[in-house]
Write a protein that binds this ligand. Structure first.
Ligand SMILES: CC(=O)SCCNC(=O)CCNC(=O)[C@H](O)C(C)(C)COP(=O)(O)OP(=O)(O)OC[C@H]1O[C@@H](n2cnc3c(N)ncnc32)[C@H](O)[C@@H]1OP(=O)(O)O
Ligand SMILES: O=C([O-])CC(=O)C(=O)O
Length: 372
């Protein structure tokens, strides 16, 4: 047996959802650069779930299905109010809440293609409301009911603040959702596929995926980037801060990637959004610090920024609390998880690799009274 640490380079499944070939990312054959410039998040959801771009009628139908499912069961709000609210990270709350809403879905364990698709629509529609409801309840505010006339991005920002967002904010947030939607067999997507390959249900698969996304080596990195930027505080402090981290062999969050070598194609879009938004908010220091960090890390370590690096200053500029950055990643990535879950069910085989044993050799059982 040969082992590949961290399964690096192992091809574990076939998939038609997205591809990363020679550092180019496509969703069902469409280059991410094209989608970032032209597609709405709802179009991307349709693309990931059907491998084709929707016609206007198909898009309208999907939007209607999503807005019909925006509401949450009242039990979720009661549940949130029972949490030790000031100690709970929103990703932990989201993980628990997705599992919870599964309890109120009568089709949760119905295992056929149509029922699984309906659950995908429900989860995609409700996750934004779970994130925003928790964000408000923990501050002693009432959750804001979704506006059925708003798209997913606008509705998220509206439910978070209670104000109808500006067009420029909706456009930026929607683009961020497009950029984060899917990424081949990343850790959280693989987790979802391993889970549902046992023929467990869609809610279990998404709960497992959220658990994997939460870690700072994966989706949790965007919050850590903002923590780093806040600690640095000004452009003058960037160089000593980053060099000291690198000298101590600490990782710089938002840099490096298991698959990309030359660079993450999503980063340039987020970088430009960060430049524009920080200028608009009159806080260019977040962008200036970020570009300086990028310069140092790329020259010292040859590591380019990944999707999490510039998304931090983008979300900050949209006035979003820092510990909501990773839940927002889930608001987008759930579209990809669901595409992969549906694909896994359609051509299932249990996922069960092997481990190379490195423990003690054959031992003889010693009765407890004779053990030293
Ligand atoms: C959405 C996403 O999940 S994107 C990734 C988000 N995660 C982060 O931004 C966290 C920071 N980055 C990392 O930890 C890594 O680059 C990962 C986890 C993304 C990829 O990890 P791997 O492919 O396993 O690379 P690995 O961690 O083995 O790193 C290889 C070498 O590069 C170094 N390295 C990798 N990333 C970084 C970093 N961000 N800062 C400093 N050094 C780094 C490692 O220390 C290691 O050096 P060594 O060979 O001298 O020991
Ligand atoms: O693919 C990965 O390893 C990490 C990930 O999810 C992403 O970059 O979007």
């Amino acid at each position: 047996m040969t082992t590949a640490r961290g399964l690096e380079g192992v091809v574990a499944t076939t998939s038609s959802v997205s591809s990363i070939i020679d550092d180019t990312l496509t969703y069902a054959g469409y280059n991410i650069d094209d989608l970032a410039e032209n597609a709405s998040f709802e179009e991307v959801i349709y693309l990931l779930w059907h491998r084709k771009l929707p016609t206007q009628t198909e898009l309208d139908e999907l939007k209607q299905q999503l807005s019909d499912n925006y509401d949450l069961p009242q039990e979720v709000f009661n549940h949130f109010k029972m949490y030790p609210i000031d100690k709970v990270h929103p990703m932990a709350a989201l993980r628990t809440a997705v599992s919870l809403i599964g309890l109120y879905d009568e089709e949760a364990d119905v295992m056929n293609e149509e029922a699984n698709y309906r659950k995908a629509v429900r989860l995609q529609a409700k996750i934004p409301a779970l994130v925003t409801a928790f964000a408000r309840i923990r501050k002693g505010q009432e959750p804001i009911a979704p506006r059925k006339d708003l798209g997913l991005a606008a509705n998220f920002l509206y439910m978070l603040s209670g104000k109808e967002p500006e067009a420029v904010e909706v456009e930026a947030f929607d683009k961020a959702l497009v950029l984060h939607a899917d990424h081949e067999l990343n850790a959280s997507t693989f987790t979802a596929r391993v889970c549902v390959a046992t023929l467990s249900d869609v809610y279990s698969g998404v709960t497992a995926a959220i658990s994997a996304l939460k870690g700072p080596l994966h989706g949790g990195a965007n919050e850590q980037v903002m923590k780093m930027l806040s600690e640095i505080g000004s452009v003058d402090n960037v160089e000593p801060y980053i060099l000291s981290k690198l000298n101590n062999k600490e990782k710089i969050m938002g840099f490096g990637h298991r698959v990309y070598r030359q660079g993450d194609p999503r980063a340039k879009h987020l970088k430009e959004m960060s430049r524009r938004l920080t200028e608009l908010t009159g806080e260019p220091q977040w962008y200036d610090m970020s570009t300086q960090i990028e310069e140092i890390v790329t020259s010292q370590k040859k590591l380019p920024p990944n999707v999490d690096f510039y998304s931090a200053s983008v979300y900050h500029s949209l006035g979003i609390e820092h510990d909501l950055f990773t839940p927002i990643f889930a608001v987008s990535r759930v579209s990809g998880w669901l595409a992969h879950i549906l694909e896994q069910y359609s051509n299932n085989r249990l996922i069960r690799p092997r481990a190379e044993y490195t423990g003690p050799g054959m031992q003889e059982y010693v009765p407890i009274g004779e053990r030293k």
